[in-house]
Design a protein around this ligand. Structure first.
Ligand SMILES: [Fe+2]
Length: 136
């Protein structure tokens, strides 16, 4: 039985349907990674899930950034920088993971959970009102 490492709650909603859908998908992928680690599926599945996480994260960030450009969101630069930090950090974890799988899971999962939830609650929530108004 799969456990939920991160549970979606309405407090994470930015009230933009497509973005909420993508955030839920990211949570699903992180939960899948958590379960793969827990079940010791390491060598086989984890590189695949890490790739899925990277691809989907890039796709999701692109969606947000395109909306920022389209509607001239004033905090675009700061927000994009936060996205780049996350992408770079995931690359660092992926490299570390290739060298040493023993200590990675807990730290990586902790990083992903904190980064995503804090990012949604802080930076993503900040664009919510602005974009909803523009998208009307
Ligand atoms: Fe974001």
């Amino acid at each position: 039985m799969d456990k939920e490492f991160i549970t979606w709650s309405d407090i994470y909603s930015v009230n933009i349907e497509e973005i909420d859908k993508q955030h839920k998908q990211l949570i699903d992928i992180i939960n899948k990674l958590f379960n793969a680690f827990s079940e010791g599926k390491a060598e086989k599945i984890i590189p695949e899930i890490l790739k899925e996480l990277t691809d989907y994260t890039n796709y999701h960030f692109k969606t947000e950034e395109e909306l920022f450009e389209k509607y001239n969101y004033p905090d675009t630069k700061v927000h994009k920088d936060r996205h780049s930090e996350c992408v770079n950090q995931i690359e660092i974890w992926k490299e570390k993971y290739q060298k040493d799988i023993t200590n990675i899971p807990y730290e990586l999962m902790d990083y992903l959970k904190k980064w995503l939830l804090q990012h949604i609650l802080k930076e993503d929530k900040s664009y919510s009102k602005f974009l909803i108004e523009k998208m009307k």
